[in-house]
Design a protein around this ligand. Structure first.
Ligand SMILES: Cc1cc2nc3c(=O)[nH]c(=O)nc-3n(C[C@H](O)[C@H](O)[C@H](O)COP(=O)(O)O)c2cc1C
Length: 393
């Protein structure tokens, strides 16, 4: 998709500036021509030389250059498909709100004749400050799109303000370049992570799901304009800030959270790995080792089957992790549970699936299509699912 596309990648003065090298690299590798424009503050964090090496183009850092070429900040976006500002500092967002054009990047954004995507990144207090929150609202009202920030590790601890992941920024940009707001105002519920079923105060039954697929789906749906609720079992991931986030622990809690929101949902994607079994009676204290063998287990609720049975107009997408008979097992689930799309993946391979950043799936639909995807990033698979396997508005 990025072949023949021109991107202006704006870098402002934040710690996350170094991560934008990854954004530039991904875009270049995907075939885009990337022109980097840096604020003076950005050059304090990373040198223009790095971006020039990655993009193969001279980086712009100043507004005033004596040259015979057309006035750069005006002509720059004539043939540009998108401006991505990543990281977008609190200061830069404020300058945009005020309509300032006091450096090359601000002038280009003010004169932009193409869509603009911001990936804000800053300290939690800077992000949560009313001034920044007001500014974000204003830029959004003006049609500027944002991706992130996430809740996660920051230079100074943990909190809201971490720049969205590189792959999520590229996917959000891709959705915009394709003109895709295909899920605008659709209510999308996504479950993620592996549920934990309490045995006693220290032990639980769980699984190795990382939650990466579900989180990638949540970000991809938000990038397409959906109102996303991410119902997440415990994970070690940064939480996307542009979604409603509902933390849960057990299968029963996940069931309750999904079922409550189901009547109003347009699309439900069950990407969570729900534990199959739980203790019939969770103990109050710690069970003695010798007694553990007598632990009685019972099945957890089958959330997908319940959603299938209660289905009205909702579009239901399930995931099926299999280590053998992939297609036959997935086909069985598709039919029994009234699911519209099943994304089946082979978890016996350790280069994809559980914990990995990559996935390779066989996608089955209720109308009988069976398609194999190539091995791809979980972000790319999430994009594919929403672009190819959800109803068109
Ligand atoms: C060490 C350090 C880290 C900073 N990190 C951030 C940051 O992550 N996000 C942010 O909005 N500002 C951050 N700032 C403040 C900006 O660099 C400052 O507001 C600057 O004026 C931004 O300029 P610009 O918007 O033109 O790039 C940081 C400053 C310092 C000294």
């Amino acid at each position: 998709m990025w072949r023949d596309k021109n991107v202006i990648l704006g870098i402002t003065g934040g710690i996350a500036a170094y991560k934008s090298v990854g954004v530039a690299r991904r875009l270049v590798e995907a075939g885009a021509t990337v022109q980097v424009v840096m604020t003076a503050a950005a050059t304090e964090f990373i040198t223009p030389l790095t971006f020039a090496a990655v993009t193969g183009r001279r980086v712009r850092t100043t507004l005033f250059t004596a040259s015979d070429e057309p006035i750069f900040h005006i002509s720059a976006t004539d043939n540009t498909d998108i401006i991505i500002v990543a990281p977008a500092s609190a200061d830069f967002i404020a300058r945009m709100v005020a309509g300032l054009a006091d450096d090359a990047l601000a002038a280009i954004v003010l004169a932009a004749a193409c869509p603009v995507l911001l990936a804000p990144a800053m300290n939690t207090r800077m992000w949560q400050n009313q001034a920044t929150q007001d500014n974000i609202l204003v830029v959004k009202e003006r049609g500027i799109r944002t991706v992130g920030p996430a809740v996660g590790a920051l230079a100074e601890g943990f909190g809201e303000g971490r720049m969205a992941e590189e792959a999520d920024i590229v996917d959000a940009a891709e959705a915009m370049v394709k003109g895709k707001q295909t899920l605008k105002n659709k209510r999308v519920i996504i479950t993620a992570g592996g549920t934990q079923e309490k045995i006693d105060i220290v032990r639980y039954l769980g699984n190795r799901s990382s939650g990466k697929m579900g989180y990638a789906l949540a970000t991809a749906a938000a990038a397409r304009g959906a109102k996303v609720t991410l119902i997440s079992a415990p994970t070690g991931l940064s939480r996307p800030a542009d979604v409603e986030f509902v933390p849960v622990v057990s299968a029963e809690e996940m069931r309750a959270a999904v079922v409550k929101r189901y009547p109003k949902a347009d699309i439900v994607v069950m990407a969570a790995a729900v534990a199959d079994l739980r203790a019939a009676d969770a103990a109050i204290g710690k069970i003695k080792k010798a007694q553990l063998g007598m632990l009685k287990l019972e099945p957890t609720p089958d959330i997908l089957a319940e959603l299938g049975a209660k289905k009205k107009s909702q579009w239901l997408i399930g995931f099926s992790a299999e280590s053998s008979d992939l297609i036959r097992n997935a086909q069985g689930k598709l039919e029994q549970k009234k699911i519209d799309v099943i994304v089946a993946n082979d978890i016996s391979r350790n280069d994809i699936g559980l914990g990995s950043d990559f996935n390779q799936a066989t996608i089955l639909t209720a109308d009988g299509k069976v398609n194999d995807t190539p091995r791809m990033s979980k972000q790319a698979l999430a994009a594919l699912i929403f672009d190819e396997y959800t109803p068109k508005a």
